[in-house]
Ligand binder design. Sequence first.
Ligand code: XMP
Length: 325
Amino acid sequence: GAQPNWFVEDVVEEKIKELKKKTRGNVLVAVSGGVDSITTATIMLRVFGSNSVHIVFVDTGLLREGEPERVLKTLKSLGFEHIHFVDAKKLFLSRLKGVTDPEEKRKIIAETFREIFVSTVMEVEKKYGQINYLAQGTIYPDRVESGKTSRATAKIKSHHNVVMGQLPGIEILEPLADFYKDEVRKIALKLGIPEEIVYQHPFPGPGLAVRIIGEVTEDKLSILRKATKIVEEEFLKSGWYRKVWQAFPVLLSLKTVGVKGDVRSYEYVVALRVVESEDAMTANFVKLPWELLDRISHRITNEVEGVNRVLYDITNKPPATIEFE
Ligand code: XMP
């Protein structure tokens, strides 16, 4: 993070050269679909060549509408040959059944992910031979945040270390560990990663599960997916998407009374969270135009069955975090 921005792309080219010299064998990358992991995987493609790069992508069932398909398409277009897709939707949902505590949810998701990851690595090794490296998309702020053990950011991102203990001889590569998000985006563009990926907002590892207060159910996920799609569409259409750090709805597992078509309704409340930030360590809520808020509120209450009220979060971080759980 100390380098001036114009220098960042050269630093990465140097890193690729250096890694080419000192590595041999196969590398595996767990891809979430975010810019950090896709950039890491693309660097690995340059270092190892497509035949030696293995991608693991897990559908947790906690992703947004159309996301698994979108990620797979992107990976194929970037030239990855060995993409190991795991459909774990049922497993995650069944393990989350009845769980309401945020830390408990995060723990279950992290553990389930780790389990799936370990068994996938073993399957890949059986078929393709020894995996020598695990590459992960850790960026500079992640390392700073790792000190915080109360939230699962560190846990999710450290699952590879656990794997390493069980699969001796595997070395961790973190080619983005010195960079901030804006620098990663510059690197990603230079590596030919499409702009829609590069400028994507961050999305948490535990996915929509931390944007549903209380128990995660199929019904609530379906409601939140629809609301999320509307928010993304309106932000892209209005040109606000690239001006903010994150913009997303949260499903409060709370129902209030309303009127829809002259009839009393008793439905969920959605909170809209929109923040600006440099590195997610601190953040400010965005003073959005009322017209945009109005449009989003209208669309959500009209188009999403089960929601009759939309609130706007006017809290900064600190004291609130960006996510609600
Ligand atoms: P908070 O809610 O802690 O979020 O203010 C800071 C940034 O981190 C993202 N976030 C996560 N990312 N795994 C991740 O990979 C997680 O468990 C996780 N929790 C929060 C959040 O979206 C925000 O950008």
